[in-house]
Structure formats: C-alpha cells, structure tokens
Design a protein. Sequence first.
Lengths: 153, 79
Amino acid sequence: MLQFAIQDADLQPDQWRQELLDPACGGYASFEGWVRNHNDGEDVLRLEYQAYAALALKEGQRILAEAAEKFPIAHAKCVHRTGALEIGGMAVWVGVSGGHRDECFQACRYIIDEVKHRVPVWKKEHYRNGDSGWVNCEACAAGGDHDNGHRHD
Amino acid sequence: MKNIRIEYFAVLREQAGLDSETLSTAAETPQQLFAELNERYAFPQLQSVKVAINDEFADMQTPLHDGDAVVFIPPVAGG
C-alpha cells in the first residue's frame, strides 16, 4: 500500500499505523511534523496550511512510489493537514513498514524530505506581534535577501 | 486570444484577492501570462515561481492553449 492524502481534519496516526501492519514486515518507522511555537526568531501563535490538492495528491503519490523503488519497503502512507493548526498540532504524518528497520528509516526520511520540497502546500504563520506571513515567500522578497536568516530546508 | 482559467494559492491568492478567474489573454506561455498578471496585481517578488498546466507541472515556456487551467506555484512550505 502506497497512499498519500490531504485532509482538513485532525490526523489519526494510531489508525493509520494499523493499516501498515503486515506479517511480512519486521520494521515500522514514522514521522510526525508538529507546529512549533517559534520560527526565525518570531513567536508563532498558529499556522494555516493551504494545498493545491489536485497536484499535491499526484506529487505525493509519486514520492511514495519513488521511496518504494529506492528502498525495499512494503507499505508507506503520508497524510498532510490543511486548514488552521494550533501550536503542537500535527501538520504531517509519514508511516513506513518493511522487512527491516534500515529501509523503513531511510524511506521515511526520503518521503518527508521530498514532501517538504515538492508537494504544493503552503504555510502561513501568524505571529505574536500581530504580523503574519507565507513561509518561504514574503520573507524572500527584496531579491532573495536572506538577512533575516530564514532557512530553505 | 485564449481563455485561460487561473487558480491562485497562498501569497498569490492574497495579493490577487481571488481564488480563481478566467482571463482572455494573448499570452503564449506561462511566463508571459505571469508577467501580465504581475502587472495587474503587483505580486511580491518571489524567489521562484513554478507552474502547473491542467494539474501537472509544466515549464514556464510551454505553449498555452485555449481552455488550459494554469496555477502558478510560489515556493512551497509543507511539513
């Protein structure tokens, strides 16, 4: 099973872990991305995710297929949230099961890294000082001047 | 002239003040179309912009056709 999804409701990792159970699998690795209360020195109060769903689903599914091609895993699932999230909320979940731990860890890492780079999802941060901004976006104005120290990971 | 449907996301949606619109345009490529929209909406300068045509990634120089659905993709920030 290789499945990428987007949803506006809370993520349900316990339920999805069950979907990855397989008697042929000896390993399972998962990753949860949480909303952090700070970014680039700003106090973040909450986040808002927006997705271009039609393309995000295709690209997400391609990433899972690539992971299964690169690493001998059995199953992989990834779900990304959209909508408003509070601090501590889960924004993204990745789960992988396979024969052994090594491929599970590697595939899980591959999936979350590629999802962050390639899937058309955007994050708007709302700050304590009343400002808000689309991450990787308005901060890049003024010709990619990085003096605010923000990261492009 | 072609009729092109454009859907906006993230900072482009905010700046355009629209989720989507259909434009009659002489633009031959997404590059030209983005320049036209930029004149209209004065988008903030972005580090990069990608494009999707009919829900698939495309090159900014791909020829546009009547009825195409275009989405400009500012730098993504998932996870």
